[in-house]
Design a protein around this ligand. Structure first.
Ligand SMILES: Nc1ncnc2c1ncn2[C@@H]1O[C@H](COP(=O)(O)OP(=O)(O)OP(=O)(O)O)[C@@H](O)[C@H]1O
Ligand SMILES: [Mg+2]
Length: 283
């Protein structure tokens, strides 16, 4: 397996800050993984994600992208940013054109892609985010969730190997949020795009492959969601919670309604199964 991102003894501090935010941070992300980075406000999630596509660079140690490009070398930045896309929180900040298809084509045009290739990629990306019918629309007529899907399509047009979603659903209404989240999962599961995401909504990450928890720039957990979310007290101590369903199941276990077995319940379906089995209530 290819290492899409590898930080080796990464050390970083912001200018004018005395303290290092990261010291000796070692993380390897393999191609195809879907990884959530969690942590309370200021724990370093965005800063870490920015290191993955060379928007921030290490003070000490290195970050290697795609097994070959050191982010410290500016000659590599264009290559790095083509294979690692970044979707931000606010969809408004990502829209540059007055027509959806032009918006998707923008970066490709700047890179000098031939016209036929651009048309092909614009159509392909819009289809992947379910926005093909809006190709000729002005973006201002779209909802927040639709704008964010356009933002994702512009990134997809570069055919990246990995996409970073930094709180990409946080400014959307519930419907937009669930549409965008569905696309994020689909990009990974159906198209094999490596996904790195952060969110304050823990319910969004119950089905990822791996959860990395940061606390003050240090990794406190790095494991499957069911393992990480079985540490309720430790997570609460660093200002994090656990997913709603997991919390409900834990309360039902504590109250003696559900068997207190070792399995951590993450999804609604798992909770319904447990209730049917242990309490005997159907549906
Ligand atoms: N441009 C900057 N200059 C100086 N310090 C910064 C800068 N950006 C972030 N920091 C500091 O670095 C630390 C990590 O910030 P970062 O934005 O990476 O955290 P985060 O986990 O993404 O937080 P949030 O959940 O609020 O998005 C914080 O203490 C923050 O105040
Ligand atoms: Mg952040």
């Amino acid at each position: 397996m290819n290492n899409i991102i590898e930080t080796k003894a990464l050390g970083f501090r912001y200018p004018k800050q005395k303290k290092f935010l990261f010291e000796d941070l070692n993380i390897t992300i393999q191609e195809g993984e879907m990884v959530a980075i969690l942590g309370s406000n200021g724990s370093g999630k965005s800063t870490l994600l920015r290191h993955f596509n060379a928007l921030s660079r290490p003070k000490t140690g290195t970050v290697i992208v795609n097994d070959q490009w050191d982010t410290g070398n500016s000659d590599n930045w264009l290559d790095i940013r083509q294979i690692i896309g970044l979707v931000f929180q606010n969809p408004e900040n990502q829209i540059v054109s007055t027509i959806v298809e032009e918006d998707i084509a923008f970066a490709l045009e700047n890179l000098g892609f031939p016209r036929e290739e651009i048309i092909k990629r614009v159509d392909e990306s819009l289809k992947k985010v379910g926005m093909y019918d809006y190709k000729k629309y002005p973006p201002y007529q779209l909802s927040g969730g639709q704008k964010q899907r356009i933002g994702i399509a512009s990134i997809l047009a570069m055919r990246p190997k990995a996409i970073i979603f930094d709180e990409a659903t946080s400014m959307l209404d519930p419907e937009g949020r669930s549409d965008v989240l569905k696309i994020i999962y689909e990009l990974n599961h159906t198209y094999g795009v490596t996904v790195l995401m952060t969110t304050h909504l823990l319910d969004e990450v119950v089905s990822v492959d791996r959860v990395i928890v940061l606390n003050k720039g240090r990794i406190t957990f790095d494991d499957k969601p069911e393992v990480v979310f079985s540490n309720r007290e430790e997570l609460e101590a660093i200002g994090l919670s656990i997913p709603t369903v997991t919390r409900l199941a834990a309360d039902l276990k504590a109250a003696g309604y559900l068997k207190d077995n070792a399995k951590t319940i993450l999804t609604k379906e798992e909770l319904i199964d447990a209730i049917e089995q242990d309490i005997g209530v159907k549906g």
